[in-house]
Design a protein around this ligand. Structure first.
Ligand code: G6P
Length: 443
């Protein structure tokens, strides 16, 4: 048997040891022969550190996975079966700007929401579309599994602006919610099932089941009974929820909904945090430095537990589960970002949604949801409009399109402030946004 070839673009990421751990754990079912870790010259040192740890991990585990480290993406992609993308254009410094600049204007500064999310999309989408072009040529049958943020918009762009059809976007929010709910119910996560539907970082748990029995109301009581909801991610402050609101809503919000339903309070929290300990990117920079120090230790041959302090914990577990289920045609249910294909009524068939899917050898098949509850449908539609316009701006580099995207985002208070933020952020990110700064072309 040929064995599987996986290529990880952004291989020098601090998250990679989790991916390697996931592949080792599943080796019997998922015989990976080659893992190619690709990075850019600026990431070479990190790639070497993480790559060497990966080599020690497979050696210690005694599995014959070959680890290849390279800066040559095209060399790596040739003949791949699965390509995973986990890249950050402009590195954490760019994220810090995404978080800090909007705050100056009294607007949420966040990696994937509001102006920060828009700019991360503008920087990331062209790079991902380039990877898609390389894949068409070098590994046309491979699956593209993207975890680069903003994962929803990146998936939308792949579906609309590339020829890669075998593409899936992945996020750890659903898995995190399931684990949080399991903890609240004091049961193991495999007994909990949640009907997820919505968009990335805008996903709702429509119903929750424990051993097949509906427990949505019980879970809603639990998340609204104290000062904290206890279903959050460590990096998103848990302000609790207004009980009557969530009970009225009747569905489980995701942690990112706080930016929309608790905007003022979240902004105050962000402003205070930015002053006291720095924005999340600035905190993560320190965490990363610590992680890489650990990774350098030649005696370390397992994923260190400190990695779980990062918001993306369990990402790679989700990725390995997905790859495993595609490869083995498992037909289990996993929440992923895919082409809607009518699953959520009211969202275009060719747009990306985050929804439970049956994972088959032919890819994820979205499970039909019908209409979303009326109270959340409007916000989801608005965010989808924002995402589509943002993708168009990323591809065309058109200033007005970018301004429209920024202004229609629900976190922006006005067109004037949207324009001021847009202008400042375009200038700040200029090196990573060539599409907006090309000389006028005359034909
Ligand atoms: C959450 C989100 C991810 C994001 C991560 C960032 O898990 O779902 O999309 O990448 O947080 O975590 P960080 O530690 O970088 O803030």
């Amino acid at each position: 048997m040929k064995g599987i070839k996986i290529v990880t673009i952004g291989g020098g990421s601090s998250y990679t040891p989790e991916l390697v751990e996931g592949l080792i754990k599943r080796y019997d079912e998922l015989p990976v022969r080659e893992l190619w870790m690709v990075d850019i010259p600026e990431g070479k040192e990190k790639l070497n550190i993480v790559g060497n740890l990966a080599k020690r991990m497979v050696k210690k585990a005694g599995v014959p996975i070959e680890i290849h480290l390279t800066l040559d993406r095209r060399e790596a992609l040739r003949g791949a079966d699965f390509v995973t993308t986990q890249l950050r254009v402009g590195l954490l410094d760019a994220r810090a700007l995404d978080e800090r600049i909007p705050l100056k204007y009294g607007v949420i500064g966040q990696e994937t929401n509001g102006p920060g999310g828009l700019f991360k999309a503008l920087r990331t989408i062209p790079v991902i579309l380039d990877i898609c072009k390389d894949m068409e040529e070098l590994c046309p049958d491979a699956w593209l599994i993207n975890f680069s943020n903003p994962a929803g918009m990146v998936t939308e762009a792949i579906l609309r602006y590339s020829n890669i059809k075998k593409a899936v976007g992945l996020c750890n929010v659903p898995i995190g919610m399931r684990m949080g709910v399991a903890k609240l119910l004091d049961v193991s996560p495999d007994r909990v099932h949640i009907d997820f539907a919505g968009l990335n970082h805008m996903v709702f748990g429509l119903d929750v089941y424990l051993d097949g029995e509906k427990v949505t109301d019980r879970v809603i009581d639990l998340i609204t009974s104290g000062e904290k909801s206890n279903v959050t991610m460590s990096k998103i402050v848990d302000l609790g929820w207004e009980p009557d609101f969530i009970k009225g809503l009747g569905v489980l919000p995701c942690p990112y909904h706080r930016y929309y339903f608790q905007t003022q309070k979240m902004l105050e929290e962000e402003l205070a945090a930015a002053k006291e300990k720095g924005t999340r990117a600035e905190v993560v920079k320190k965490l990363e430095a610590e992680l890489f120090e650990l990774y350098k230790d030649p005696n370390l041959a397992v994923k260190p537990p400190q990695l779980e302090k990062r918001g993306g914990a369990y990402y790679s577990d989700a990725a390995c589960n997905l790859i495993n289920s595609i490869y083995n045609d498992k037909r289990d249910i996993q929440p992923v970002n895919v082409r809607n294909n009518g699953a959520i009524v009211g969202i275009p068939d060719d747009s990306a949604v985050e929804v439970n899917c049956v994972i088959t050898k032919e890819g994820p098949v979205p499970i039909s949801v019908g209409e979303l509850p009326v109270a959340v449908n409007g916000l989801v539609q608005q965010i989808k409009s924002f995402e589509r316009v943002a993708c168009k701006a990323a591809v065309t580099g058109d200033y007005r399109t970018a301004l429209v995207a920024m202004t229609i985002n629900p976190l922006l208070p006005s067109d004037t402030i949207a324009k001021q933020i847009l202008d400042e952020m375009l200038e700040a990110h200029k090196p990573y946004l060539p599409q907006f700064f090309q000389e006028a072309q005359f034909s």
